[in-house]
Design a protein around this ligand. Structure first.
Ligand SMILES: Cc1ncc(COP(=O)(O)O)c(C=O)c1O
Length: 369
């Protein structure tokens, strides 16, 4: 649909007024998440007749869109989420960018957006991080990073329901502090039985904005019940565990299996999820991908067959799960003296690879700067 014959060149125009060093350093000292953005952004345009062109790095700032831009009406939009990590020697790396590039290609196909070739996707990250490298935090306690948000949307000014003939690609970046500044704390999950996140034949496997909009009502219901996040079930039978609004799930059994819902087309294929399935054996765990009935969670947590539960994704890496609540009940797999032993080991293993503290035996890192 949109392959460019030669790799894109990102023309760089540096803004004359970047944030002063002291202001940037103040942000990096306590960045939070997704609040402050770097000085620049990537932009590129695709047209049906011209393919990808006009690729550039320019000052971060408002986009100019017609009110009739198709994305504002029909939500033809996709995105990715990844991080740039500074190693002790000052070099800057990212984790499995080919996997994000390929997922964006799959998302684009599902949403009838043009595909951006893998080398242009990685080229866009490199171009932005090169210019804004001062915004990549020092490793510090090993969990600060620069969050990268590539996204693509239908920018054509046309109110017809059909794939847009003009599309914009962009990458913005935001420094991110440790996900758990006060130490890792297990989350309480709400079992969303009235709201589904995705349905068969729908867009659950694509990273498109609509999936997140549709997850918010379940998420809010969970918060109203004192929970941190919601877990969604399959929308056909309301029986099988799918995922959270923005993370995949794993259960660890007392006989050493690590189980995650299989990819049925309604679940996002997380890069963290795939990586955990690959490193499980190194931690003497037997990985299993299959449909998991919610009753298996409830019964296994109650009778001790399930010893650990955790969620995973780029932002938090691995987050232990504690209690599961639903309308009229709750269950907690933790007993006296409970430790999230595997969640911590997996979390540390991934962070050690990402920050270059152990050998990258899987070849997962790509140097950006
Ligand atoms: C719905 C959903 N599931 C799972 C994930 C985890 O994916 P990854 O590990 O690639 O960040 C994310 C985060 O991107 C997500 O939004």
């Amino acid at each position: 649909m949109s392959q460019t014959a030669t790799p894109l060149t990102f023309e760089v125009t540096r803004r004359p007024d970047p944030r002063p060093d002291v202001e940037r350093e103040a942000v990096l000292a306590d960045p939070g998440f997704g609040q402050t953005f770097t000085d620049h952004m990537v932009l590129a345009t695709w047209t049906r007749d011209g393919g990808w062109h006009d690729a550039r790095v320019t000052a971060y700032g408002p986009l100019s869109l017609m009110p009739s831009a198709a994305v504002l009406h029909y939500a033809q939009e996709i995105f990715e989420g990844m991080k740039a990590y500074r190693h002790e020697d000052g070099s800057i790396w990212t984790f499995r960018p080919e996997a994000n590039a390929q997922r964006m290609i799959r998302s684009a196909r599902r949403m009838t957006l043009p595909t951006l070739p893998e080398e242009d996707f990685i080229g866009s990250l490199r171009a932005l991080v090169e210019v804004d490298q001062a915004w990549v935090p020092a490793p510090g306690n090993g969990e600060a990073s620069l969050y990268l948000r590539p996204f693509m949307f239908a920018s054509e000014a046309f109110l017809g329901v059909r794939p847009a003939a003009e599309v914009t690609y962009s990458v913005i970046a935001s420094p991110a502090g440790p996900y758990f500044p006060g130490g890792i704390k297990p989350v309480t999950l709400w079992l969303s039985t009235d709201y589904a996140r995705a349905g068969e034949g729908g867009t659950g496997a694509a990273k498109c904005g609509g999936n997140y909009a549709s997850s918010l009502a379940g998420q809010l219901e969970g918060i109203e019940h004192g929970c941190d996040q919601a877990v969604f079930l399959d929308s056909s039978t309301h029986t099988y565990i799918e995922e959270l609004g923005g993370m995949n799930l794993f259960l660890v059994t007392k006989d050493g299996r690590i189980i995650t819902p299989e990819l049925t087309g309604t679940i996002l294929e997380g890069v963290t999820r795939s990586s955990i399935l690959e490193i499980a054996k190194e931690l003497d765990l037997e990985p299993e991908e299959r449909r998991i009935p919610i009753d298996e969670w409830k019964e296994g947590a109650a009778n001790g067959d399930i010893v650990e539960i955790f969620a995973c994704g780029t932002a938090a890496v691995v987050t232990p799960v504690g209690e599961l609540r639903w309308a009229g009940g709750s269950v907690d797999h933790r007993r006296d003296g409970h430790e999230d032993r595997y969640a911590e080991a997996i979390r540390n293993r991934l962070l050690d690879i990402q920050y270059g503290r152990i050998e990258d035996a899987h070849g997962w890192l790509t140097r950006l700067v």
